[in-house]
Design a protein around this ligand. Structure first.
Ligand code: ATP
Ligand code: MG
Length: 204
């Protein structure tokens, strides 16, 4: 069994996340991709993040029609900050022995790997798959040298989709269209719940 792990704030989830996850799944013949919304992202303490319930709901709406995609609440349900290394340990217990885990990251997130909690231990425990992200160059050798570890990181050419959650939030706040940047179901949910508009009161 080969399982992809797609972690993120998903504030909100958008088509860049979905296209990337599907491209990696297809390329590596993964059996499933687990989308794991983070509870309190350690690196995003500086801005308000919409409530966990809304982020989870949108992640489910966006992924439910792909039979290979699943959503995990493992980080949401855990107390304290979300650390990938703890998530991986828990997943290893939940899945059969021998399951291979592939951590999927955009190149921008991969460049920050060295700042992650227990990064060295984490890299040694699984495979990292770095997907193309517009505007970011990622060099495997540099990271392998930093961590003195070989063969745990691979780069995959995924379609370059220049969408970010930041852009979606800004567009909604400014009354601009986000159609086709997020799944229709997510667009409807954002409208219905009045998320990301300026007078919004739905933050944690
Ligand atoms: P924000 O703008 O709030 O930082 P984001 O769009 O970067 O949001 P995150 O939830 O921070 O989304 O990203 C989760 C993961 O998905 C990260 O590994 C990130 O690199 C990756 N990712 C996000 N958007 C894209 C995209 N358009 N193409 C490829 N990877 C992406
Ligand atoms: Mg980001």
């Amino acid at each position: 069994m080969k399982v992809g792990i797609m972690g993120g704030t998903f504030d909100p989830i958008h088509n860049g996340h979905l296209v990337t996850a599907e491209a990696v799944r297809d390329s590596l013949s993964l059996d499933e991709v687990l989308f794991i919304p983070s509870a309190r992202p350690p690196h995003k303490r500086d801005r308000e993040i919409i409530s966990t319930e809304h982020r989870l709901a949108m992640t489910i709406l966006a992924t439910c029609f792909n039979k290979h995609f699943r959503v995990s609440t493992i980080e949401i349900n855990r107390q304290g900050y979300s650390y990938a290394v703890d998530t991986l340990d828990t997943l290893k217990n939940d899945y059969e022995v021998g399951t291979e885990f592939y951590f999927i990251l955009g190149a921008d997130a991969a460049l920050e790997l060295s700042t992650w909690h227990n990064a060295q231990e984490l890299i040694g425990k699984c495979q990292f798959v770095v997907a193309t992200r517009e505007g970011t160059e990622f060099n495997i050798e540099t990271v392998e040298n930093d961590f003195k570890i070989k063969g745990h990181i691979k780069k995959i050419d995924t379609p370059k989709i220049e969408i970010s959650s930041t852009e979606i939030r800004n567009k909604v706040a400014n009354g601009r269209s986000i159609r086709y940047l997020v799944p229709d179901s997510v667009e409807s949910y954002i409208k219905k719940e009045k998320l990301y508009s300026k007078e919004n009161e739905s933050y944690d």
